[in-house]
Write a protein that binds this ligand. Structure first.
Ligand code: DGJ
Length: 772
C-alpha cells in the first residue's frame, strides 16, 4: 500500500481509489498536477499542464525564463505579488509589502495524525505529508499538511503560517487549501438555505468568473453549508467524476471556485478573510482549520459514501461512534415551554408504552423561562413547573426504563436573567450603540476564560448531578458585528468548552442544534455525533433538507423526528407513515404530544418504533443512496450486508398517475431477492366521500361517527410482495398499480399527496426458498 510516494521531486499521495499528485518544479515552486483517479509517479509529465511559452501580457516570474508565469501554473498554494493574478490563498503585509514567494524548503512524513492548536481535526489518518515552504526574502514560512485517510478516499489539507521575519506582520487571510484543477464542463453543487429550509441543493454552471460559498453569520450557518461539490456536467448519482470539499470548522467560512481564462478552476477554502486582521509577532504562528477533500469517478452516491465513512470513522468520537442511537421523544413540539412535571411524566409514560427509549426535556425548565424573552444563562430548575427539580424528574424517567436527556443553550444569555443582573460583562455586547438582540439574546463572551469556566461548571454539574444521558446543545443567536479574529476566538472558546465537558464524558450523547441546522458542520461533529437538522419537521420540507445534507453527512448525523400534522410551520397535512419514512433516514425520534393522538396513531407509532429498532443499524449506518431514476419521486435507500431498505416518496398526486417502478442500487446482480412493502394503515378520513361506496349506509364523512371510527380503525395499504434478481431490481421492476379512481383490489397502492412506500429487500436462499 503506497500511501505516500516521493520520487524525483514528485509527491504522490494515494488513497484506495484516488491519487493526489504535485511536483517541485524548476523554480522551486510546488506545482499541482493531478487530483483524480489512481495514477503512477511516472505519469506526472503527461498529466502536467504544459508551459512552453509566455502569453501576451503575462508577467514572467523570471525574465530569463520566458516560459514561466505563475499565472499559468496550477499551484498548491497561491500567493500575491510575483505574477499570479488569481485570488491568493494567503494575504499578509510584511515590512510594508504584500508580496510573497513561497518556495520549497523540505518535507517530512509523519506516521499518523497531527494536532491543530485550539481546533478539532479528524483522527486516525494513515500518514501525513508535511511540506515546509519559505519566502527567502522575508522569512515567512508556510507549512502545508496533507493527511491521507486511505480507506475512505479522503485527503485533508491544512497549513500553518510561521512568522520568522524578525518583525510583526499583519495577516489578512490564510485559507486551508488551494487546488488548481484543469478540467472543463463543471457544475458547482452548494447547499444553501435559511432557518427552516437548510441545505437545499443549488447547482450552478461554472463559467468564467467566481462563485463563492461563504458564511458571515459568525457560524458555519444555514445560508450556505461549508461543504460543496464540483462535478462534471454529466455526472449523475451513479456515474461520473466529482470532487467534494468540506471544512472542520464552525465559524465564518469562505470558499471560492473561480474559472480563469484557460479554463483552470482555482478552488480554495478556509476561514473567512472578511474583517480578519491578525498581528503576528516574530516567531508567532497561525493555524488554519483542516479542509477535507475527496474525489470519485463513480458518481455522487460514491462521493457521499466517502464522506459518510469519513465522518463515522475519523470525525465522530465518544462511545457513540458507530453505536446505534436511541429513539427519543422530545418535549418541544409537544409542549413548548408550557409543561408541568405531570405532563412531562405522562409524555414519557406514553413514549415508553410505544417502545421509545429516551425522554428529552427541551427548553423552558430553568430560571424565569416561560417564554424566550428571559432566563438564558441561568441553570436553576423552575420548581413551580418541576417540583423536586431535575434530579427527581431524571430519577422518575430512569425508573420507567427510559434514558434521560435535557436541553441547554449555554452560549447565550437573556438580558432578563439572574446571570445578566450579576455579570453583564459575561455577555458579548457586539455593539457600542446599545443592545443588539437576536431572539432576545446576546451571546456569551466565549473568548473570556471566566465565561468558559462558568459554562463548563454549570453544564457538568447538570450532567453529573442528574445522571443525564443526552444533551441537546442549542444556539440561537447569530453574530452581527464581530471582527474575523473575534469570531475565530469565540469558535476556539466553544471548542474548548465542548472538549472539557464532553471528551471527559464519552457516554453522554450530544446532539448539537442551532435553530435547527444553522451549525451543521464537521467541527461540531467532532463533539456531537448528531446534529438537529432543521426546526422544520414537515416531512415534505425535510426531504429536501435531508437529501441536501446527505451529499456531505451520514444519516446517523442528522436528527430527524416525526411531528404533528398539520405541521405547525407549513400547515401541511401529511400521512403519519410518510412522516415516519422520512424521519427513519436520520437519528430518529418523535416530537409531538403522544397523549393527544388517536389510538390508531398510537398503534401505528408502536409498529414504526419496532420496525425501526429491527432495522436501526441499516438505517443509521448502512450505505446510503439517492436513487435518481424517476423525477416524480424522491427515493432514498440504505443497505448493509443483510438487507436493503428503499423508501419512495410521492409529492403531489395527479390523476392517471404513470406506472411506476422500484429501482434498487448496490444489490448482487445474479442473486434473487424478496421485496416486501412495509404494512401500515391509512386514516379512513383521507378517503372522504369514497367511504360511501363501500359502506351499506350513507355516512356523513365529516361527522362524528366517521371521526370516532377513524381514531380506532384504519384502512390497510395494499400488500406488495415481489421477487426479482438484483439485475432486474437495478433496472427497475414495475410496482403494483396506484389507485386510479375506480375499482379496487387489495393489491392496489393508494395514491395520496405526500404518500410513500417503504420496501425491505432481502436475499432469498435458493434451496429453502426462504429469505436469508
Ligand atoms: C431552537 C431549536 O432548534 C428547537 O428544536 C428548540 O430546542 C428551541 N430552540 C427551543 O427554544
Amino acid at each position: 500500500m503506497n500511501i505516500i510516494e516521493i520520487r524525483d521531486n514528485v509527491f504522490l499521495l494515494n488513497t484506495l481509489h484516488t491519487s493526489y499528485l504535485f511536483k517541485l518544479n524548476e523554480h522551486d515552486h510546488l506545482e499541482h498536477v493531478h487530483y483524480g483517479s489512481r495514477v503512477l509517479p511516472e505519469d506526472h509529465d503527461a498529466l502536467s499542464v504544459k508551459h512552453w511559452t509566455g502569453y501576451g501580457t503575462t508577467i514572467m516570474y523570471d525574465e530569463k525564463d520566458q516560459t514561466y508565469s505563475l499565472d499559468h501554473i496550477p499551484q498548491e498554494f497561491g500567493t500575491y505579488g510575483k505574477g499570479d493574478l488569481r485570488e491568493p490563498s494567503l494575504e499578509m503585509e510584511c515590512k510594508g509589502s504584500y508580496t510573497l514567494d513561497l518556495t520549497y524548503d523540505s518535507y517530512e512524513i509523519i506516521d499518523g495524525d497531527t494536532k491543530i492548536e485550539g481546533l478539532p481535526n479528524a483522527y486516525g489518518c494513515d500518514r501525513t505529508l508535511l511540506v515546509h515552504l519559505k519566502d527567502v526574502h522575508n522569512g515567512i514560512h508556510l507549512d502545508l499538511y496533507y493527511a491521507v485517510y486511505y480507506d475512505t478516499d479522503v485527503i485533508s489539507r491544512r497549513c500553518v503560517l510561521i512568522n520568522r521575519s524578525g518583525s510583526t506582520v499583519v495577516l489578512h487571510k490564510l485559507l486551508s487549501y488551494c487546488l488548481d484543477l484543469s478540467e472543463n464542463d463543471l457544475t458547482l453543487m452548494s447547499f444553501t438555505g435559511a432557518w427552516n429550509k437548510e441545505a437545499h441543493l443549488t447547482e450552478t454552471d461554472l463559467e468564467r468568473g467566481k462563485q463563492v460559498v461563504e458564511s458571515r453569520s459568525g457560524f458555519s450557518g444555514n445560508k450556505t453549508n461549508p461543504g460543496f461539490i464540483v462535478r462534471k456536467d454529466n455526472t449523475t448519482e451513479c456515474n461520473g467524476k466529482a470532487w467534494g470539499f468540506n471544512l472542520v470548522y464552525s465559524g465564518n467560512h469562505y470558499s471560492s471556485v473561480a474559472k480563469d481564462e484557460y479554463g483552470v478552476l482555482r478552488i480554495q477554502g478556509g476561514i473567512s478573510p472578511e474583517r480578519f486582521e491578525l498581528k503576528l509577532k516574530n516567531k508567532e504562528s497561525f493555524c488554519s482549520p483542516e479542509a477535507v477533500l475527496s474525489y470519485t469517478e463513480n458518481g455522487l452516491n460514491d462521493l457521499s459514501a466517502h464522506f459518510h465513512d469519513f465522518v463515522n470513522e475519523h470525525i465522530v468520537r465518544s462511545d457513540w461512534k458507530k453505536k446505534e442511537r436511541p429513539i427519543l421523544i422530545n418535549s418541544w413540539e409537544a409542549f413548548g415551554m408550557k409543561f408541568t412535571k405531570d405532563s412531562l411524566l405522562k409524555l414519557a409514560q406514553n413514549a415508553k408504552e410505544l417502545g421509545i427509549e429516551m425522554f428529552v426535556l427541551d427548553d423552558g425548565w430553568f430560571g424565569r423561562r416561560d417564554s424566550d424573552l428571559r432566563g438564558l444563562g441561568d441553570y436553576d430548575c423552575n420548581r413551580r413547573k418541576i417540583p423536586g427539580g431535575i434530579r427527581s424528574l431524571s430519577k422518575s424517567i430512569h425508573d420507567m426504563g427510559l434514558l434521560f436527556g435535557i436541553w441547554v443553550e449555554p452560549e447565550a444569555i437573556n438580558p432578563d436573567s439572574a446571570l445578566y443582573e450579576k455579570h453583564p460583562e459575561y455577555a458579548l455586547n457586539e455593539n457600542e450603540r446599545g443592545l443588539l438582540l437576536g431572539r432576545h439574546e446576546l451571546l456569551m463572551d466565549l473568548g473570556n476564560a471566566e465565561v468558559r469556566d462558568y459554562i463548563v461548571e454549570n453544564v457538568t454539574k447538570l450532567i453529573d448531578e442528574n445522571d443525564v444521558d443526552y444533551i441537546k446543545w442549542d444556539m440561537n443567536r447569530l453574530m452581527a458585528s464581530l471582527s474575523g479574529i473575534e469570531n475565530h476566538d469565540y469558535i476556539k472558546g466553544l471548542y474548548e468548552v465542548l472538549e472539557r465537558i464532553f471528551i471527559k464524558r464519552p457516554w453522554v450523547l450530544l446532539e448539537s442544534c442551532s435553530s435547527g441546522g444553522n451549525r451543521f458542520d464537521l467541527g461540531m461533529l467532532c463533539y456531537s455525533p448528531q446534529i438537529w437538522a432543521s426546526d422544520d419537521t414537515d416531512p415534505v420540507e425535510r426531504l429536501d433538507i435531508q437529501k441536501g445534507l446527505s451529499y456531505l453527512y451520514p444519516v446517523s448525523a442528522m436528527g430527524a423526528h416525526v411531528s404533528a400534522s398539520p405541521h405547525s410551520m407549513t400547515f401541511r397535512t401529511t400521512p403519519l407513515e410518510t412522516r415516519f419514512h422520512v424521519a427513519a433516514f436520520g437519528a430518529f425520534g418523535y416530537e409531538l404530544d403522544l397523549g393527544s393522538i388517536s389510538s390508531l396513531s398510537k398503534k401505528e407509532i408502536k409498529e414504526q418504533v419496532s420496525y425501526y429498532k429491527k432495522h436501526r443499524s441499516t438505517f443509521q449506518f448502512g450505505r446510503f443512496y439517492r436513487i435518481d431514476e424517476e423525477s416524480d419521486y424522491e427515493v432514498f435507500e440504505v443497505q448493509n450486508e443483510e438487507e436493503t431498505i428503499v423508501a419512495k416518496f410521492r409529492r403531489i398526486v395527479h390523476a392517471v398517475p404513470s406506472f411506476d417502478k422500484l429501482c434498487v442500487y448496490g444489490l448482487k446482480e445474479d442473486r434473487v431477492y424478496a421485496v416486501d412493502a412495509r404494512e401500515f394503515n391509512h386514516n379512513i378520513k383521507k378517503f372522504g366521500n369514497l367511504l360511501n361506496y363501500v359502506t351499506p349506509v350513507q355516512l356523513n364523512t365529516e361527522g362524528l361517527l366517521v371521526h370516532s371510527i377513524s381514531k380506532r380503525r384504519g384502512f390497510k395499504e395494499g400488500t406488495q410482495n415481489y421477487r426479482a434478481s438484483g439485475r432486474a431490481l437495478r433496472y427497475g421492476i414495475n410496482l403494483n398499480n396506484l389507485f386510479l379512481g375506480s375499482g379496487f383490489d387489495r393489491h392496489l397502492r393508494l395514491s395520496l399527496d405526500y404518500g410513500s412506500d417503504m420496501f425491505l429487500i432481502k436475499e432469498v436462499n435458493d434451496e429453502s426458498g426462504k429469505e436469508e
